[in-house]
Design a protein around this ligand. Structure first.
Ligand code: HEC
Length: 105
């Protein structure tokens, strides 16, 4: 009985960070859909020669972790100098990329 009560109290606490993550992933997806699709094919789309590599390839490369993505989004990369994201958008995009990476494993 006591254990039951305890879990009822702790459950919402344990659940909220995961929920926040999901929200960030969702926001990240929106940013990517809006700002990156001009060059990067989206999930499920066919790669054509004039498009940048799909994210499913990019996140599968070794060494692609949170730190790498965060650094990448801070730097200017040719030909990707045409986009500027707010810091919170960058953070959301990182969550989305890491989520995609997890889903592919
Ligand atoms: C103007 C076209 C363009 C836009 C817009 C663009 N990209 Fe790219 N991106 C590229 C190209 C081309 C490459 C491949 C560059 C290379 O291989 O050197 C690339 C590579 C990348 C890579 C991998 C870099 C590496 O070294 O492997 C990531 C991650 C990435 N883009 C994320 C994004 C995100 C996130 C956005 C949207 C916020 C975005 N890109 C918008 C053209 C673009």
């Amino acid at each position: 009985m006591r254990a039951l009560l305890l879990s009822a109290v702790l459950m919402p606490l344990a659940a909220s960070p995961a929920l926040a993550d999901r929200a960030a992933v969702k926001r990240g997806q929106k940013v990517v859909d809006e700002w990156c699709r001009d060059c990067h094919v989206r999930e499920g789309e066919k790669l054509t020669p004039d498009m940048a590599p799909p994210y499913s390839d990019l996140v599968a490369i070794q060494g692609r972790d949170r730190a790498w993505f965060e650094e990448f989004l801070e730097a200017d990369h040719f030909p990707m100098t045409t986009f500027r994201l707010f810091d919170h958008e960058k953070a959301d995009v990182v969550e989305w990329l890491l989520d995609l990476q997890k889903r592919q494993k």
